[in-house]
Design a protein around this ligand. Structure first.
Ligand SMILES: Cc1ncc(COP(=O)(O)O)c(C=O)c1O
Length: 360
């Protein structure tokens, strides 16, 4: 039995049919950028996440860049972010001309609580990353950010549907950035992203920047760029959004099996929030000092796993920085993401558990 980490060709037939029907309809309509599907998708996400403004864009990396630009963060400014994240978080900061200031994470990969020690007179913003779908304690972070007069840009790319203290990931900060990359819990059949915010003026700026600064055709009020969402992606995402909770239930059920079957094994640590309903269970990340040999063993037995992420950003050439990133670096050496997605079968989850138990 081969069990890939994620196989997107396994989307269930009934969803594939809906997607095909939608595609056929849109071919007849002949609108491929923006349009009614994008408007409806924005409205539905707004409603779903209980946020005031939802501004679609081309991908999650752009969402971060648009947020930074709209908040006037650029040359001479510093932005604090965790050392362990997907590269986009730092990339966006550099793309707007600001300087990323890396800070260590806790043992679970979330920005360590003492991040305010990195604040200087140049600091303009902090980017908490809800890594793996686990949420930071946002009330605490918001209080600290406010105290230091900092903007908060939530990188909620991995956390669609996660919540903390009753509010969804992405709705706490000045701007929340979402990615609908195909592997995400709410994933497109291509690239797509979104900014969430609660302030009408800021929302308008993000919208303008994402579409050449034009409130209407051929009127350019500021220098922007093209980061519009494809009509097709919005239409497909609306279909996936309809079944979001159903798919979340499957993820949670599978995560529950992993927890039950794998608890108490020596040299294996389960994710701290694996049974917590507030996590969207985007990734099921175990930790083990024997990570590399376990990964190889699983591979030899047909099971695909992934490492999120094998190298922390300040250890990479373009982002090189010396600092104390002890927790983040340890996590990068020990973390292993097991297959967890709604397109899997229960037997496959049990098979992965059996192999892991055999290994240990
Ligand atoms: C933490 C994080 N930030 C940002 C992004 C960027 O999203 P996208 O791939 O849609 O540009 C991702 C996507 O993988 C991510 O995981």
């Amino acid at each position: 039995m081969k069990i890939p980490f994620l196989d997107l060709s396994k989307i269930p037939n009934e969803i594939q049919l809906k997607l095909q029907e939608k595609f056929a309809k849109l071919l007849k309509r002949g609108v491929y950028s923006f349009g009614q599907e994008v408007e409806s998708f924005e409205f539905e996400v707004k409603d779903f996440l209980n946020t005031f403004h939802a501004i679609s864009c081309a991908n999650g990396t752009d969402a971060l860049e648009l947020a930074l630009r709209a908040l006037n963060i650029g040359s001479g400014d510093e932005v604090i972010l965790p050392a362990m994240t997907w590269v986009s978080t730092a990339e966006a900061v550099i793309m707007v001309g600001a300087k990323p200031i890396f800070w260590d994470t806790d043992e679970n990969g979330l920005l360590a609580k003492d991040w305010t020690k990195a604040v200087t007179s140049k600091t303009k913003a902090v980017i908490p990353v809800h890594l793996y779908g686990q949420m930071l304690e946002m009330n605490n972070l918001m209080v600290k950010a406010k105290h230091h007069h900092l903007k908060v840009i939530e990188d909620a790319a991995q956390a669609f549907g996660s919540f903390y203290d009753g509010s969804f990931a992405g709705t706490w900060g000045d701007v929340g950035c979402l990615s609908f990359y195909p592997t995400k819990n709410l994933g497109a059949l291509g690239e797509a992203g979104m900014c969430l915010c609660q302030d009408a003026g800021l929302a308008e700026r993000i919208r303008l920047i994402s579409n050449h600064g034009q409130p209407e055709r051929d009127q350019h009020n500021l220098v922007g760029r093209n980061s519009r969402m494809d009509t097709l992606q919005a239409a497909f995402l609306r279909i996936f959004l309809e079944d979001f909770f159903k798919h979340q239930q499957l993820r949670k059920e599978f995560a529950g099996i992993y927890c039950e079957e794998l608890s108490g094994l020596p040299d294996l640590e389960l994710p701290f929030n694996s049974q917590d309903p507030s996590s969207n269970m985007h990734l099921f990340v175990i930790k083990s000092p024997r990570r590399d040999s376990l990964k190889q063993y699983l591979e030899e037995h047909g099971v695909g796993t992934a490492i999120h992420y094998p190298t922390i950003l300040p250890d990479m050439v373009p982002y090189e920085h010396q600092g104390n990133y002890m927790n983040a670096r340890k996590l990068s050496k020990e973390c292993l993401s097991l297959p967890l997605n709604p397109w899997m079968k229960k037997e496959e989850v049990y098979r992965v558990c059996k192999l892991i138990k055999d290994f240990f």
